[in-house]
Design a protein around this ligand. Structure first.
Ligand code: HEC
Length: 157
């Protein structure tokens, strides 16, 4: 019985990895501050990336960064550098690394790690003082990261 369940689990896991063409947060490979391999098979969509950058519930990058091209979005913060021209300052692989886990690029930065599930200092489960159940999902999906990278590449000097 135990054995049957085990082979079933392996079967299920096999099916999942065969259909999803996504690199999981814990499998992302960093090399010299860059992530060369795209996180998904689908090319990034700059229009959707722009939405993620400017939307509070998504990336909310504008809370900390100014983007001149986005004058339609209100309240740009000045905590981080302006994103104008980042498409010239960084390669695609460097931008991807920065978004996945900025802490691996800028030591001790306050910029959030957008594609990471841990280890974190995890927030407690509401009012119980206990850790939440299960791993926390990353802030953005693999596709959203690729979309934001595609958008940032359009920001030239
Ligand atoms: C809480 C504030 C905060 C948020 C939110 C944030 N960042 Fe940052 N970001 C920073 C800071 C601060 C830096 C500068 C690095 C450092 O010295 O810490 C930075 C650096 C960068 C850089 C490098 C800029 C350069 O010219 O060197 C890029 C690109 C960037 N962020 C993109 C983004 C994107 C895209 C998002 C949203 C998905 C985002 N950031 C969200 C704070 C933030």
């Amino acid at each position: 019985m135990k054995r049957a369940m085990l082979s079933m689990a392996i079967l299920v896991a096999g099916t999942v990895s065969a259909t999803s063409a996504e690199i999981a947060p814990e499998d992302v490979v960093f090399k010299d501050g860059a992530v060369e391999t795209p996180l998904t098979d689908k090319p990034g969509d700059p229009a959707n990336g722009r939405k993620v950058v400017g939307t509070k519930k998504l990336g909310n990058c504008v809370a900390c960064h100014q983007v001149s091209e986005m004058s339609d979005v209100p309240f740009h913060g000045e905590i981080g550098p302006s994103l104008d021209g980042v498409g010239d300052r960084y390669t695609e692989a460097e931008l991807r690394a920065l978004l996945v886990d900025a802490k691996k690029v800028f030591d001790g930065t306050i910029m959030p790690s957008f594609y990471k599930t841990g280890p974190y200092i995890r927030p407690g489960k509401a009012f119980t003082g206990k850790a939440p159940d299960g791993p926390l999902p990353p802030l953005l999906t693999a596709q959203q990261i690729e979309d934001v990278v595609a958008y940032l590449k359009t920001l030239k000097e």
